[in-house]
Every structure is written in C-alpha cells, then in structure tokens.
Ligand binder design. Structure first.
Ligand code: 13P
Length: 248
C-alpha cells in the first residue's frame, strides 16, 4: 500500500478577480518536479479561466463547494458537474465556513461527496472542532463524528483527502501545538483505516488553519500530516510558495 501523496491546496474563499490569476501563474512557474501536488481552489467565477491559464502546468484547480444535485432549479448554486466542466479536478466540501454559515450537516456534506465522485472530482472533506469543543475536551470526539458522518462508504477505493481545520485556527493566526495536530491526525487515520481497511492509509490528511511560510516546515513534517489547506497565505504567490517549499 502506497503512502499518501502530499497535497498543498489553496482555498481562495471569496477572494480573487481575473487579475489574481497572475499569482496562480507565478506559483505554477515556480513548481519543481519532486515537490508535493499543489492545487488552487478559486471562486467559481475564476475556475474556467484558472484552468485555461494553468493547463499543462503542475498546478491543479479545484472548487470551493458544490451542490449535491447535478442540475435543476437551484438559483445561484453550482453543481459538481459544472465545476468539472469548467476544468476543476478537486472540490473542497464541508468547510467550516459552510457548516457554520449555511448550516451544512454531515449528511449534506456526505451527499456533496457523492456528487463530487459522480462528476469525477476528488473531494477534500473538511472537519474540525470549535474552540468551545476543544476547551471541553471534545475535539477528538467531534472530529471522529464528522469523519464518520461526512464520508460516504462510496469513497472506498477512490481518491480523496481529509482536511483537519480547527475552526478557531482559521484566519486567526492561532494554531494548535504540533502534538495536538498529530493527535487529531492519528485519530482521523485510525477512523479511515477502520472504515476503509488498507485503502484508509492512502488519502492524505491535510492540516488547515493559519498555515504560513513560518510554521509550514514544522506542521508539514509532523506525523500523519499529508499536506495543508491554506487560506489567506494562498492568495500571494510568494507566501504560498514559501509553504510549498517546506515539502519540495
Ligand atoms: P487560513 O489559512 O486563512 O487560516 O484559512 C484556512 C482555511 O480555512 C483553509 O480552508
């Protein structure tokens, strides 16, 4: 059974206009063979232009969310098929900003994962506890429940990633200690193995939450950390490359 292939993915969130693609081009131009897989997930409005601009480079493109249905009367929503058609290869699902801001349940996230698989997209499924839950000593319990509820059995044998993003570390400059990250990542791995057998050892488990060039080296070399999901620091090529280089 192969080790997880590391993945560094940038989540641009609701940031980026056409001019921002120059940052993505600069990242693509600086990637070196032998480094990790690298992806950017820009807003849906930029996916097709990003995919065209980055075609033939090592920088992959993903979406930030999708609806579970393939098409229909869902004004304003985007389906997994539409993301794939626009040139995305991956999609972030269950981000805490979606779970908190749009009331997305584990069951809804699981239905979006099925949509991603149906469209041939590789899902990056996000889990993570709030500060209140961590302070109550419930981080492992909360994350285990999210992993159990958000990952449908259809993922068996498929390419996917899990991202551990403690809600309180997102955009705050705060990060868990390396020991705390490793503890959660090992628990996620155990959950994946008990669910999917040997295939549960293959998906990379990304860490997300205030990853920067200054802390990337320590975080990315911790046990069971198979890459990063990067928010703010993925918007500038120089910062994102500073993180990628920790694994290059
Ligand atoms: P920051 O890197 O800005 O903390 O965001 C993390 C995140 O939410 C990535 O999905």
């Amino acid at each position: 059974m192969t080790n997880p292939t590391p993945l560094i993915a940038g989540n641009w969130k609701m940031n980026g206009l056409a001019a921002s693609l120059s940052e993505a081009r600069a990242v693509a131009a600086a990637l070196t063979p032998g480094g990790p897989r690298v992806a950017i997930c820009p807003p849906a409005t930029l996916i097709s232009r990003a995919a065209e601009a980055l075609a033939g480079t090592g920088l992959e493109v993903g979406g930030e969310d999708c609806r579970a249905e393939a098409s229909g009367a869902f004004t304003g929503d985007v389906s997994a098929e539409m993301l794939a058609d626009a040139g995305a290869r991956l999609v972030i699902l269950g981000h805490s900003e979606r779970r908190a801001g749009y009331g997305e349940s584990d069951a809804l996230v699981a239905s979006k994962v099925l949509a991603a698989l149906r469209a041939g997209l590789e899902p990056i499924i996000c889990v993570g506890e709030t500060l209140e839950e961590r302070r109550a000593g419930k981080a492992l319990e909360v994350v285990a429940a999210q992993v159990a509820g958000s990952l449908p059995s259809d993922l068996a044998g498929k390419a996917f990633a899990v991202a551990y993003e403690p809600v309180w570390a997102i955009g705050t400059g705060l990060t868990p200690s390396t020991d705390e990250i490793v503890e959660v990542h090992r628990a996620i791995r155990a959950g994946l193995v008990s669910r999917f057998g040997d295939h549960g050892r293959v998906p990379p488990i990304l860490y997300g939450g205030s990853v920067k060039p200054t802390n990337a080296d320590e975080i990315l070399h911790a046990d069971e950390v198979g890459g990063a999901l990067v928010g703010g620091a993925s918007l500038k090529a120089e910062d994102f490359l500073g993180i990628i280089r920790a694994l290059a």
